[in-house]
Ligand binder design. Structure first.
Ligand code: FE2
Ligand code: FE2
Length: 154
């Protein structure tokens, strides 16, 4: 399972504490296309969390499937931007994407094979929602700062 950096916890995301997976301005990257995709991702992850908390198995599978496809589109958009802008952190950033996509596929395959197990909600929260918060808050905002600094220098 994903062991994303827990650094973001308690560092400015306190407003989110107690909520599910909510997008806030603190998570803004400053690139409109990317921010729009993040909002969509957070809203889908929130629905997935709700469904898994209620153990609503008929909703979990299609939500995971949507997420897998949408995440692929989103990661591709960020990776294209990084290549276009010759972002020095490309390799590390892409490695985080690849690992998450792999974990998501593994979770989906496991669910298809055995059905949701007892701690599904906990795994969705830690493996998906927390990863997304940490990745956006730390890794994507760093990319956003880089892109904006290039724009300002023009
Ligand atoms: Fe992102
Ligand atoms: Fe990213």
């Amino acid at each position: 399972m994903v062991a994303g950096p827990a650094l973001a916890r308690g560092k400015g995301l306190q407003a989110q504490e107690g909520s599910l997976a909510l997008w806030t301005e603190a998570l803004s990257v400053g690139v409109p296309e990317i921010d729009a995709q993040h909002r969509e991702l957070f809203s889908r992850v929130e629905r997935l969390l709700e469904a898994s908390l209620r153990d609503d198995r008929s909703r979990v599978a299609p939500l995971l499937e949507f997420l897998r496809d949408y995440v692929a589109v989103h990661f591709e958009a960020e990776e294209r931007l990084m290549l276009e802008q010759r972002y020095p952190g490309y390799r590390l950033h892409k490695a985080e994407h690849d690992r998450f996509a792999r974990d998501l596929r593994a979770m989906e395959a496991e669910l298809a094979a055995t059905g949701p197990t007892g701690d599904l909600a906990g795994r969705v929260d830690r493996g998906i929602a927390e990863w997304l918060r940490d990745h956006v808050y730390l890794t994507d905002t760093a990319l956003g700062r880089f892109v904006r600094s290039l724009e300002e220098a023009r």
